[in-house]
Design a binder for this molecule. Structure first.
Ligand SMILES: [Zn+2]
Length: 149
């Protein structure tokens, strides 16, 4: 299992004021997404208006931390010092609905792994910055089953 500390500093996130609550929640290992106060739609990335009902009212809701693997890509060339190859990035559909892109710990999944259960974990770099990442769960087992074992 890949440790939750990372040997190289992560690149700085793109600073958008709307994302500040997101990054604060990630730093606290309690990832939260915007939830529309009008219709309940959970959205990512953060936005000024709900894409479903156009309401400007929103709260921040901590997510369950589970997802389903939609797709993934393994980089065999190094683009950033923090991410030596092979480096796998996945698209997961969070339990709350939004698609989310994050590094996939524990290596590339096997062919046919789409639909596999994922969970959100947190990885800390030497400067103390935290990134959310996905962890895989073997087929037939979900994150909740593993937590109770
Ligand atoms: Zn809405």
């Amino acid at each position: 299992m890949t440790p939750t500390t990372w040997p190289e500093p992560f690149p700085d996130p793109v600073a958008r004021p709307a994302d500040e609550p997101f990054w604060q929640s990630v730093q606290a290992h309690r990832m939260a997404l915007q939830k529309c106060a009008g219709c309940g739609h959970v959205r990512y990335p953060a936005a000024a208006h709900c894409p479903q009902c156009l309401s400007e009212a929103a709260t921040w809701q901590q997510i369950a931390g589970t997802a389903e693997l939609v797709s993934w890509c393994t980089f065999h060339r190094q683009y950033l010092p923090a991410f030596p190859p092979p480096h796998t990035v996945a698209v997961g559909r969070l339990a709350e609905g939004p698609l989310f892109v994050a590094m996939l710990l524990d290596g590339a999944p096997p062919d046919g792994a789409a639909g596999r259960a994922l969970s959100i974990d947190y990885v800390t770099d030497p400067e103390g910055r935290v990134l959310p990442a996905f962890r895989q769960h073997p087929a037939g087992r979900d994150a909740k089953e593993e937590e109770t074992q």
